[in-house]
Design a protein around this ligand. Structure first.
Ligand code: RRO
Length: 300
């Protein structure tokens, strides 16, 4: 298989990843069998975010469909790092594409423990730091503030030689400043955007529908916001940018690349169509070929 692309030194066959937490590759393998591995929908696979301790997740309901969007309040259900490394990682390591493990710590120490434990496993090619959470020691959302992000990254950078991708929250006042701070202390790539905080009311009771009260909005509804943030971040940093937020077609993906992203990720669209990653990649290839044809025609 040819791997003409390269992200942080890791060869990739294409430019379409999944958004963390939007595709359960282990369950999909169980459901679709080895056919899934033969036509895997993404060029690298990003795991659901894991934490140090196991978590049950938020009380139901956890999802609300809004016009052109989805609000989730899943609440990080996961087996904890020990359970993940023991039970899930060997299966994820069988996927035919490089594996990125997404981690979230509620303190710099927790983040460090996750980076060190996942980083030493051979199955793991890269780590993504999901910084959309409060640091319980400082009370600040790690990714909301450039200094807080830099301090978190500085603490964990010496703990692994594997590439570290920082996944930004769109709720930061100045996402490019957060990205630049991360780059300044050794981040290898930036991914954005995570979901935007939203709320829906139960039409009968007028009380919040989601068990957790609020959740994260994703899907085409946030695409223009994501595109603007990706453009601003790509303008500011030299490290690769992975853009996401409502990408549902090759044209959408192409827009993110044109705005400065080096790679794209597909999330909410895969809930509707688990093979969306492949479809979007092939639509993107057609658009890129057409574009090359136009520019060649222009010089001849
Ligand atoms: O698990 C979640 O509820 C969740 C996470 Br960790 C995240 O990063 N973004 C999101 O929309 N939901």
């Amino acid at each position: 298989m040819t791997r003409p692309f390269e992200l942080c030194g890791v060869p990739l066959r294409g430019r379409v990843l999944n958004g963390s937490g939007t595709f359960d590759a282990v369950a999909a393998h169980r459901a679709f069998g080895d056919e899934l591995l033969e036509a895997f929908p993404f060029d690298a696979f990003v795991s659901k975010t894991i934490t140090v301790e196991p978590r049950e997740g938020n009380p139901p309901p956890r999802l609300w469909e809004s016009p052109a969007g989805l609000i989730n309040s899943i609440g990080l259900p996961n087996k904890g790092v020990a359970g993940f490394l023991r039970e899930d990682l060997p299966r994820l390591g069988e996927l035919p594409v490089p594996l990125v493990v997404s981690v979230m710590g509620f303190s710099r120490g927790e983040l460090g423990a996750l980076v060190a434990a996942a980083g030493e496993r051979d199955e793991v090619e890269m780590l993504e730091l999901n910084v959309s959470c409060p640091n319980v020691e400082t009370g600040l959302v790690m990714g909301a503030d450039p200094a807080e992000t830099a301090a978190a990254l500085e603490a964990v950078r010496p703990l692994t030689e594997k590439p570290l991708i920082v996944k930004l929250t769109p709720s930061a006042t100045d996402p490019p400043a957060v990205a630049a701070a991360a780059e300044g202390v050794g981040a290898d790539a930036i991914s954005l955007v995570n979901t935007l905080r939203g709320m829906a009311l139960d039409p009968r009771t007028r009380r919040p529908w989601l068990g957790a009260g609020t959740g994260g909005l994703s899907g085409p509804a946030i695409r223009p916001v994501a595109l603007a943030q990706v453009a601003a971040v790509a303008e500011r940093v030299r490290i690769p940018v992975i853009g996401m937020g409502g990408i549902a077609s090759g044209r959408d993906a192409h827009d993110f690349l044109a705005a400065g992203a080096d790679y794209v990720a597909v999330g909410t669209e895969t809930f509707r169509d688990p093979t969306a990653g492949r479809r979007i990649a092939s639509e993107l290839n057609v658009i890129s070929r057409e574009e090359r044809g136009f520019s060649e025609a222009a010089v001849t």
